[in-house]
Write a protein that binds this ligand. Structure first.
Ligand code: NAD
Ligand code: MG
Length: 389
Protein backbone atom coordinates (compact mmCIF):
# COMPACT_ATOMS: atom_id res chain seq x y z
CA UNK A 1 0.00 0.00 0.00
CA UNK A 2 2.75 2.43 1.01
CA UNK A 3 4.71 1.61 -2.15
CA UNK A 4 1.66 2.33 -4.27
CA UNK A 5 1.04 5.70 -2.67
CA UNK A 6 4.70 6.59 -3.23
CA UNK A 7 4.45 5.81 -6.93
CA UNK A 8 1.45 8.03 -7.61
CA UNK A 9 2.35 10.90 -9.94
CA UNK A 10 1.83 14.24 -8.19
CA UNK A 11 0.16 16.75 -10.44
CA UNK A 12 -0.12 20.53 -10.51
CA UNK A 13 -3.09 21.40 -12.69
CA UNK A 14 -3.15 24.98 -13.99
CA UNK A 15 -6.63 25.91 -15.24
CA UNK A 16 -8.55 23.18 -13.43
CA UNK A 17 -11.98 24.73 -14.00
CA UNK A 18 -11.78 24.77 -17.81
CA UNK A 19 -12.70 22.26 -20.49
CA UNK A 20 -9.29 20.52 -20.40
CA UNK A 21 -8.88 21.00 -16.64
CA UNK A 22 -12.14 19.26 -15.75
CA UNK A 23 -11.29 16.39 -18.11
CA UNK A 24 -7.86 16.01 -16.47
CA UNK A 25 -9.70 15.65 -13.17
CA UNK A 26 -11.98 12.99 -14.68
CA UNK A 27 -8.88 11.02 -15.67
CA UNK A 28 -7.49 11.40 -12.14
CA UNK A 29 -10.86 10.34 -10.65
CA UNK A 30 -10.72 7.13 -12.73
CA UNK A 31 -7.09 6.45 -11.76
CA UNK A 32 -6.61 7.41 -8.13
CA UNK A 33 -3.99 4.67 -7.79
CA UNK A 34 -1.82 6.43 -10.40
CA UNK A 35 -2.33 10.15 -9.94
CA UNK A 36 -2.66 12.58 -7.08
CA UNK A 37 -3.58 16.25 -7.32
CA UNK A 38 -1.15 18.52 -5.55
CA UNK A 39 -2.10 21.97 -6.91
CA UNK A 40 -5.27 23.34 -8.49
CA UNK A 41 -5.56 26.81 -10.04
CA UNK A 42 -8.27 28.86 -11.76
CA UNK A 43 -8.75 32.39 -12.97
CA UNK A 44 -12.05 33.36 -11.34
CA UNK A 45 -14.45 30.41 -11.06
CA UNK A 46 -14.22 30.22 -7.28
CA UNK A 47 -17.30 28.01 -6.81
CA UNK A 48 -15.99 25.20 -9.00
CA UNK A 49 -12.44 25.55 -7.69
CA UNK A 50 -13.71 25.14 -4.10
CA UNK A 51 -15.72 22.07 -5.07
CA UNK A 52 -12.69 20.54 -6.79
CA UNK A 53 -10.43 21.36 -3.83
CA UNK A 54 -12.80 19.66 -1.40
CA UNK A 55 -12.97 16.56 -3.60
CA UNK A 56 -9.25 16.23 -4.48
CA UNK A 57 -7.72 17.68 -1.28
CA UNK A 58 -4.66 19.28 -2.94
CA UNK A 59 -1.83 20.78 -0.95
CA UNK A 60 -2.39 24.21 -2.57
CA UNK A 61 -5.03 26.15 -4.46
CA UNK A 62 -4.57 29.42 -6.39
CA UNK A 63 -7.22 31.81 -7.62
CA UNK A 64 -5.82 34.42 -10.02
CA UNK A 65 -8.63 36.95 -9.48
CA UNK A 66 -7.68 38.55 -6.15
CA UNK A 67 -11.25 39.73 -5.51
CA UNK A 68 -12.29 36.11 -5.09
CA UNK A 69 -9.59 35.25 -2.55
CA UNK A 70 -11.44 35.99 0.71
CA UNK A 71 -14.40 33.84 -0.24
CA UNK A 72 -12.13 30.98 -1.37
CA UNK A 73 -10.00 30.98 1.77
CA UNK A 74 -13.06 31.22 4.03
CA UNK A 75 -14.69 28.25 2.34
CA UNK A 76 -11.51 26.16 2.64
CA UNK A 77 -10.34 27.28 6.11
CA UNK A 78 -11.17 23.98 7.81
CA UNK A 79 -9.43 21.88 5.13
CA UNK A 80 -5.70 21.43 5.26
CA UNK A 81 -5.21 23.36 1.98
CA UNK A 82 -3.01 26.40 1.40
CA UNK A 83 -4.67 29.19 -0.59
CA UNK A 84 -3.08 31.95 -2.65
CA UNK A 85 -4.22 34.64 -5.08
CA UNK A 86 -2.76 36.50 -8.07
CA UNK A 87 -0.95 35.74 -11.27
CA UNK A 88 2.51 35.64 -9.68
CA UNK A 89 1.44 32.81 -7.37
CA UNK A 90 1.12 30.46 -10.37
CA UNK A 91 4.85 30.68 -11.05
CA UNK A 92 5.63 30.01 -7.39
CA UNK A 93 3.36 27.03 -6.74
CA UNK A 94 4.53 25.07 -9.82
CA UNK A 95 8.00 24.93 -8.26
CA UNK A 96 6.87 22.99 -5.16
CA UNK A 97 9.25 20.14 -4.51
CA UNK A 98 6.72 17.29 -4.46
CA UNK A 99 5.27 18.03 -7.94
CA UNK A 100 6.15 15.48 -10.68
CA UNK A 101 4.09 16.84 -13.57
CA UNK A 102 2.62 20.27 -14.37
CA UNK A 103 -0.44 20.16 -16.63
CA UNK A 104 -0.84 23.55 -18.35
CA UNK A 105 -4.57 23.71 -19.08
CA UNK A 106 -4.93 27.47 -18.77
CA UNK A 107 -5.75 29.53 -21.82
CA UNK A 108 -3.65 32.13 -23.63
CA UNK A 109 -0.44 34.06 -23.03
CA UNK A 110 -0.99 33.69 -19.24
CA UNK A 111 0.57 30.22 -19.54
CA UNK A 112 4.01 31.52 -20.51
CA UNK A 113 5.51 32.56 -17.16
CA UNK A 114 4.27 29.60 -15.08
CA UNK A 115 5.52 27.19 -17.77
CA UNK A 116 8.97 28.80 -17.68
CA UNK A 117 8.98 28.60 -13.86
CA UNK A 118 7.97 24.92 -13.96
CA UNK A 119 10.69 24.04 -16.48
CA UNK A 120 13.29 25.90 -14.41
CA UNK A 121 12.22 23.78 -11.43
CA UNK A 122 12.74 20.66 -13.63
CA UNK A 123 9.07 19.64 -13.68
CA UNK A 124 7.80 17.53 -16.57
CA UNK A 125 5.14 19.40 -18.56
CA UNK A 126 1.90 18.10 -20.06
CA UNK A 127 1.16 20.99 -22.38
CA UNK A 128 -2.37 21.89 -23.43
CA UNK A 129 -1.65 25.63 -23.43
CA UNK A 130 -0.48 25.87 -27.05
CA UNK A 131 -0.21 29.68 -26.88
CA UNK A 132 2.96 29.31 -24.76
CA UNK A 133 4.77 27.54 -27.62
CA UNK A 134 3.33 29.95 -30.17
CA UNK A 135 4.53 32.99 -28.24
CA UNK A 136 7.97 31.75 -27.26
CA UNK A 137 8.57 28.29 -28.69
CA UNK A 138 12.25 28.87 -29.30
CA UNK A 139 12.89 29.97 -25.73
CA UNK A 140 10.71 27.27 -24.16
CA UNK A 141 12.19 24.37 -26.13
CA UNK A 142 15.75 25.56 -25.42
CA UNK A 143 14.98 25.88 -21.74
CA UNK A 144 13.39 22.43 -21.65
CA UNK A 145 16.44 20.93 -23.32
CA UNK A 146 18.78 22.73 -20.96
CA UNK A 147 16.87 21.45 -17.89
CA UNK A 148 16.21 18.04 -19.47
CA UNK A 149 12.49 18.44 -19.02
CA UNK A 150 10.08 16.54 -21.28
CA UNK A 151 7.11 18.37 -22.81
CA UNK A 152 4.24 15.94 -23.48
CA UNK A 153 1.63 17.27 -25.92
CA UNK A 154 -2.03 17.27 -24.89
CA UNK A 155 -3.42 18.80 -28.08
CA UNK A 156 -4.99 15.87 -29.95
CA UNK A 157 -3.07 16.41 -33.21
CA UNK A 158 0.28 16.71 -31.47
CA UNK A 159 -0.50 13.77 -29.24
CA UNK A 160 -1.25 11.82 -32.42
CA UNK A 161 2.16 12.72 -33.87
CA UNK A 162 3.82 11.89 -30.55
CA UNK A 163 2.04 8.51 -30.43
CA UNK A 164 3.14 7.75 -34.01
CA UNK A 165 6.72 8.59 -33.01
CA UNK A 166 6.84 6.01 -30.20
CA UNK A 167 9.78 3.74 -31.06
CA UNK A 168 10.71 6.07 -33.95
CA UNK A 169 12.34 9.03 -32.22
CA UNK A 170 15.68 8.21 -33.88
CA UNK A 171 14.04 8.31 -37.34
CA UNK A 172 13.75 11.52 -39.31
CA UNK A 173 10.29 12.95 -39.98
CA UNK A 174 9.88 13.86 -43.64
CA UNK A 175 6.56 15.57 -43.15
CA UNK A 176 3.55 15.70 -40.86
CA UNK A 177 -0.10 16.21 -41.73
CA UNK A 178 -2.12 17.97 -39.05
CA UNK A 179 -5.77 17.11 -39.50
CA UNK A 180 -8.43 19.79 -39.11
CA UNK A 181 -12.19 19.34 -38.87
CA UNK A 182 -12.63 22.57 -40.84
CA UNK A 183 -14.87 23.95 -38.10
CA UNK A 184 -18.51 24.99 -38.46
CA UNK A 185 -17.89 27.09 -41.59
CA UNK A 186 -16.02 24.60 -43.75
CA UNK A 187 -16.59 25.43 -47.44
CA UNK A 188 -18.07 28.87 -46.75
CA UNK A 189 -17.17 31.89 -48.93
CA UNK A 190 -15.95 35.22 -47.53
CA UNK A 191 -19.34 36.79 -48.46
CA UNK A 192 -21.18 34.21 -46.39
CA UNK A 193 -18.70 34.49 -43.51
CA UNK A 194 -19.25 38.26 -43.25
CA UNK A 195 -22.54 37.78 -41.42
CA UNK A 196 -21.53 34.96 -39.08
CA UNK A 197 -22.82 35.30 -35.50
CA UNK A 198 -21.15 34.45 -32.23
CA UNK A 199 -23.71 31.68 -31.58
CA UNK A 200 -22.94 30.06 -34.98
CA UNK A 201 -19.19 30.25 -34.37
CA UNK A 202 -19.53 28.68 -30.91
CA UNK A 203 -21.09 25.51 -32.37
CA UNK A 204 -18.18 23.22 -33.20
CA UNK A 205 -19.21 20.11 -35.16
CA UNK A 206 -16.99 17.55 -33.33
CA UNK A 207 -15.48 18.95 -30.12
CA UNK A 208 -16.78 20.68 -26.99
CA UNK A 209 -14.14 23.11 -25.83
CA UNK A 210 -13.59 26.44 -24.09
CA UNK A 211 -14.93 29.56 -25.87
CA UNK A 212 -11.56 30.91 -27.07
CA UNK A 213 -10.41 27.73 -28.82
CA UNK A 214 -13.89 27.19 -30.28
CA UNK A 215 -13.73 30.60 -32.00
CA UNK A 216 -10.11 29.90 -33.02
CA UNK A 217 -11.32 26.64 -34.60
CA UNK A 218 -13.99 28.48 -36.59
CA UNK A 219 -11.45 31.00 -37.97
CA UNK A 220 -8.75 28.30 -38.50
CA UNK A 221 -6.50 30.32 -36.17
CA UNK A 222 -6.44 27.22 -33.98
CA UNK A 223 -4.92 25.19 -36.81
CA UNK A 224 -2.45 28.01 -37.44
CA UNK A 225 -1.43 28.02 -33.78
CA UNK A 226 -1.09 24.23 -33.99
CA UNK A 227 1.23 24.49 -37.01
CA UNK A 228 3.53 26.71 -34.93
CA UNK A 229 3.13 24.43 -31.90
CA UNK A 230 4.18 21.45 -34.07
CA UNK A 231 7.27 23.24 -35.32
CA UNK A 232 8.60 23.59 -31.79
CA UNK A 233 7.46 20.25 -30.39
CA UNK A 234 8.93 18.21 -33.25
CA UNK A 235 11.73 20.52 -34.52
CA UNK A 236 10.27 20.94 -38.04
CA UNK A 237 10.30 23.72 -40.59
CA UNK A 238 7.16 25.10 -42.23
CA UNK A 239 7.54 23.08 -45.45
CA UNK A 240 7.37 19.89 -43.36
CA UNK A 241 3.99 20.79 -41.83
CA UNK A 242 0.84 20.37 -43.89
CA UNK A 243 -2.76 20.84 -42.86
CA UNK A 244 -5.43 18.54 -44.25
CA UNK A 245 -9.13 18.97 -43.59
CA UNK A 246 -10.72 15.76 -42.33
CA UNK A 247 -14.29 16.56 -41.28
CA UNK A 248 -14.92 13.35 -39.28
CA UNK A 249 -12.04 14.03 -36.79
CA UNK A 250 -11.16 10.33 -36.54
CA UNK A 251 -7.59 10.48 -37.82
CA UNK A 252 -5.95 12.88 -35.38
CA UNK A 253 -2.76 13.42 -37.42
CA UNK A 254 -0.20 11.64 -39.59
CA UNK A 255 3.60 11.30 -39.73
CA UNK A 256 5.39 10.57 -43.00
CA UNK A 257 8.88 9.09 -42.65
CA UNK A 258 11.81 9.21 -45.08
CA UNK A 259 10.95 5.86 -46.65
CA UNK A 260 7.54 7.27 -47.61
CA UNK A 261 5.70 5.22 -44.99
CA UNK A 262 2.96 7.04 -43.10
CA UNK A 263 1.65 6.40 -39.60
CA UNK A 264 -1.66 7.82 -38.42
CA UNK A 265 -3.27 7.77 -35.00
CA UNK A 266 -7.02 7.41 -34.88
CA UNK A 267 -9.89 7.16 -32.44
CA UNK A 268 -13.16 8.83 -31.54
CA UNK A 269 -12.79 12.53 -30.79
CA UNK A 270 -12.42 12.57 -27.00
CA UNK A 271 -9.79 14.81 -25.38
CA UNK A 272 -9.50 12.48 -22.39
CA UNK A 273 -7.45 10.09 -24.53
CA UNK A 274 -4.60 12.51 -25.39
CA UNK A 275 -4.83 13.98 -21.88
CA UNK A 276 -4.41 10.55 -20.32
CA UNK A 277 -1.54 9.63 -22.65
CA UNK A 278 0.35 12.81 -21.72
CA UNK A 279 -0.16 11.99 -18.04
CA UNK A 280 0.77 8.31 -18.19
CA UNK A 281 3.47 8.26 -20.93
CA UNK A 282 5.16 5.92 -21.74
CA UNK A 283 2.41 3.65 -20.41
CA UNK A 284 -1.10 3.30 -21.72
CA UNK A 285 -3.76 2.81 -19.11
CA UNK A 286 -7.07 1.04 -19.47
CA UNK A 287 -10.03 3.30 -20.14
CA UNK A 288 -13.73 2.82 -20.61
CA UNK A 289 -13.93 5.41 -23.40
CA UNK A 290 -16.27 4.30 -26.22
CA UNK A 291 -14.48 2.30 -28.93
CA UNK A 292 -14.44 3.26 -32.61
CA UNK A 293 -16.62 1.24 -34.98
CA UNK A 294 -15.60 1.28 -38.66
CA UNK A 295 -19.15 0.62 -39.81
CA UNK A 296 -20.33 3.85 -38.15
CA UNK A 297 -17.84 5.69 -40.39
CA UNK A 298 -17.89 4.03 -43.82
CA UNK A 299 -16.22 7.13 -45.29
CA UNK A 300 -13.28 9.07 -44.00
CA UNK A 301 -12.74 12.07 -46.27
CA UNK A 302 -10.00 14.65 -46.86
CA UNK A 303 -9.97 18.15 -48.37
CA UNK A 304 -7.54 21.01 -48.92
CA UNK A 305 -7.65 23.70 -46.24
CA UNK A 306 -8.88 27.06 -47.54
CA UNK A 307 -6.15 29.37 -46.22
CA UNK A 308 -7.23 32.15 -48.61
CA UNK A 309 -10.69 32.59 -47.12
CA UNK A 310 -9.58 31.63 -43.61
CA UNK A 311 -6.61 34.02 -43.61
CA UNK A 312 -5.49 33.23 -40.08
CA UNK A 313 -4.01 29.96 -41.29
CA UNK A 314 -1.75 31.69 -43.82
CA UNK A 315 -0.84 34.37 -41.24
CA UNK A 316 0.41 31.59 -38.95
CA UNK A 317 2.66 30.19 -41.70
CA UNK A 318 3.98 33.70 -42.36
CA UNK A 319 4.71 34.19 -38.65
CA UNK A 320 6.43 30.84 -38.52
CA UNK A 321 8.70 31.73 -41.45
CA UNK A 322 9.47 35.20 -40.06
CA UNK A 323 10.43 33.70 -36.67
CA UNK A 324 11.49 36.07 -33.87
CA UNK A 325 8.55 37.86 -32.24
CA UNK A 326 6.16 37.53 -35.23
CA UNK A 327 4.10 34.67 -33.75
CA UNK A 328 4.02 36.41 -30.37
CA UNK A 329 2.48 39.48 -32.05
CA UNK A 330 -0.02 37.35 -33.99
CA UNK A 331 -1.06 35.49 -30.85
CA UNK A 332 -1.51 38.71 -28.86
CA UNK A 333 -3.59 40.26 -31.65
CA UNK A 334 -5.70 37.13 -31.83
CA UNK A 335 -6.37 37.10 -28.08
CA UNK A 336 -7.74 40.65 -28.42
CA UNK A 337 -9.79 40.01 -31.60
CA UNK A 338 -11.12 36.65 -30.37
CA UNK A 339 -12.39 38.31 -27.17
CA UNK A 340 -13.77 41.27 -29.16
CA UNK A 341 -15.72 38.91 -31.44
CA UNK A 342 -17.08 37.10 -28.37
CA UNK A 343 -18.14 40.54 -27.02
CA UNK A 344 -19.83 41.21 -30.37
CA UNK A 345 -17.58 44.25 -30.93
CA UNK A 346 -16.20 43.10 -34.32
CA UNK A 347 -17.34 40.87 -37.16
CA UNK A 348 -15.97 37.40 -37.94
CA UNK A 349 -13.86 38.59 -40.90
CA UNK A 350 -12.39 41.48 -38.90
CA UNK A 351 -10.63 38.95 -36.66
CA UNK A 352 -8.10 37.99 -39.35
CA UNK A 353 -7.96 41.54 -40.78
CA UNK A 354 -6.94 43.05 -37.44
CA UNK A 355 -4.59 40.14 -36.71
CA UNK A 356 -2.78 40.79 -39.99
CA UNK A 357 -2.51 44.57 -39.50
CA UNK A 358 -1.28 44.09 -35.94
CA UNK A 359 1.36 41.59 -36.99
CA UNK A 360 2.66 44.05 -39.60
CA UNK A 361 2.62 47.07 -37.29
CA UNK A 362 4.23 45.51 -34.20
CA UNK A 363 8.02 46.00 -33.83
CA UNK A 364 9.82 42.87 -35.00
CA UNK A 365 12.74 41.44 -33.02
CA UNK A 366 14.62 38.60 -34.70
CA UNK A 367 16.39 37.21 -31.60
CA UNK A 368 14.08 37.98 -28.70
CA UNK A 369 14.80 37.61 -24.98
CA UNK A 370 12.00 36.86 -22.52
CA UNK A 371 11.57 40.62 -21.92
CA UNK A 372 11.20 41.20 -25.66
CA UNK A 373 8.32 38.69 -25.73
CA UNK A 374 6.69 40.46 -22.77
CA UNK A 375 7.03 43.85 -24.51
CA UNK A 376 5.88 42.49 -27.88
CA UNK A 377 2.78 40.97 -26.29
CA UNK A 378 1.88 44.33 -24.67
CA UNK A 379 2.60 46.34 -27.82
CA UNK A 380 0.58 44.03 -30.09
CA UNK A 381 -2.35 44.04 -27.66
CA UNK A 382 -2.35 47.84 -27.64
CA UNK A 383 -2.22 48.00 -31.46
CA UNK A 384 -4.98 45.41 -31.89
CA UNK A 385 -7.14 47.18 -29.31
CA UNK A 386 -6.73 50.50 -31.16
CA UNK A 387 -7.76 48.78 -34.41
CA UNK A 388 -11.03 47.49 -32.92
CA UNK A 389 -12.64 50.92 -33.31
P1 NAD B 1 -11.23 27.07 -20.92
O1 NAD B 1 -11.54 28.49 -21.21
O2 NAD B 1 -12.33 26.09 -20.87
O3 NAD B 1 -10.44 27.00 -19.52
C1 NAD B 1 -9.36 27.83 -19.24
C2 NAD B 1 -8.85 27.62 -17.83
O4 NAD B 1 -7.78 28.55 -17.60
C3 NAD B 1 -9.87 27.91 -16.72
O5 NAD B 1 -9.62 27.06 -15.62
C4 NAD B 1 -9.58 29.36 -16.34
O6 NAD B 1 -9.91 29.65 -14.98
C5 NAD B 1 -8.08 29.45 -16.55
N1 NAD B 1 -7.66 30.79 -16.97
C6 NAD B 1 -8.24 31.58 -17.92
N2 NAD B 1 -7.57 32.73 -18.03
C7 NAD B 1 -6.54 32.69 -17.16
C8 NAD B 1 -5.51 33.59 -16.80
N3 NAD B 1 -5.39 34.80 -17.38
N4 NAD B 1 -4.64 33.22 -15.84
C9 NAD B 1 -4.74 32.02 -15.24
N5 NAD B 1 -5.70 31.11 -15.52
C10 NAD B 1 -6.59 31.45 -16.47
O7 NAD B 1 -10.11 26.63 -21.98
P2 NAD B 1 -9.84 25.17 -22.56
O8 NAD B 1 -10.69 24.94 -23.73
O9 NAD B 1 -9.79 24.18 -21.47
O10 NAD B 1 -8.36 25.39 -23.15
C11 NAD B 1 -7.20 25.42 -22.32
C12 NAD B 1 -5.96 25.32 -23.21
O11 NAD B 1 -5.94 24.04 -23.82
C13 NAD B 1 -5.93 26.34 -24.35
O12 NAD B 1 -4.61 26.75 -24.56
C14 NAD B 1 -6.43 25.54 -25.54
O13 NAD B 1 -5.93 26.01 -26.77
C15 NAD B 1 -5.89 24.16 -25.23
N6 NAD B 1 -6.66 23.05 -25.84
C16 NAD B 1 -7.95 22.86 -25.49
C17 NAD B 1 -8.68 21.82 -26.06
C18 NAD B 1 -10.11 21.55 -25.64
O14 NAD B 1 -10.67 20.54 -26.07
N7 NAD B 1 -10.73 22.37 -24.84
C19 NAD B 1 -8.07 20.98 -27.02
C20 NAD B 1 -6.75 21.21 -27.35
C21 NAD B 1 -6.04 22.24 -26.74
MG1 MG C 1 -6.04 20.44 -31.51
Amino acid sequence: MREEIKKRKKIALLGSTGSIGTQVLEVVRQNTDKFEICVLTAHSNDQLLIKQAIEFQPNTVVIVDENKYDFLSNELWNHDIKTYAGEESLSQVVQMEEIDLVVTALVGYAGLKPTIAAIEAKKAIALANKETLVVAGELITKLAEQHQVPIYPVDSEHSAIFQCMAGEFHNKIEKIYLTASGGPFRGWSAEKLAGVTKAQALKHPNWEMGAKITIDSATLMNKGLEVIEAKWLFALNSSQIDVIVHPQSIIHSIVQFEDGSMKAQMGLPDMKLPIQYAMSYPDRIYSEFPRFNFLDYPTLSFEKADAKTFKNLSLAYQALDLGGTAACALNAANEITNAAFLNEQISFLQIAEINEKTMRQTDFIAKPTINDYVDCNLEARAIATSLLK
